[in-house]
Design a protein around this ligand. Structure first.
Ligand code: HEC
Length: 110
């Protein structure tokens, strides 16, 4: 009896996964992100279009990837002296807004 209960819970979880996942980052607001991204521009370039090889291009990057990296810098599980400091004050909403903004920009073309 108990095992059926658990399988049902798992099915429910798996079934909801694809429905919840896109909403998780669709919560970011591009225009709010644009304002917040001014703090990132000095290194990552305007709109995340970095031309300096020391700083990764963020324009066009998937929002989920950006959020994942910002969470890791914030938690200290990804270590970089600059980015640990930059991500420290960011809230979950900041990360989602920033990610939505950078994702909405086109990556620089060759
Ligand atoms: C003083 C320079 C500087 C500023 C300002 C800065 N960054 Fe960074 N950022 C870096 C460097 C350097 C790296 C590469 C770190 C590494 O090598 O792991 C990086 C990496 C990243 C990455 C990971 C990219 C990848 O491809 O894995 C993200 C995401 C990021 N920064 C977002 C931001 C955001 C958002 C802001 C503004 C809130 C910001 N950065 C401000 C220097 C900066």
């Amino acid at each position: 009896m108990k095992i059926f209960f658990n399988i049902n819970l798992l099915m429910l979880f798996l079934g909801l996964g694809p429905v919840l996942a896109p909403n998780a980052w669709a919560a970011g607001d591009i225009e709010t992100g644009r304002t917040k991204a001014v703090a990132c521009q000095v290194c990552h370039g305007k709109g995340g279009k970095s031309t300096n090889p020391l700083y990764p291009v963020l324009a066009g990057q998937h929002a989920q990837y950006i959020i994942k990296q910002l969470r890791a810098f914030n938690a200290g599980t990804r270590k970089d002296p600059i980015m640990n400091g930059m991500a420290a004050p960011l809230s979950e909403q900041d990360m989602e807004d920033l990610a939505a903004f950078f994702h909405s920009n086109q990556a620089p073309q060759e």
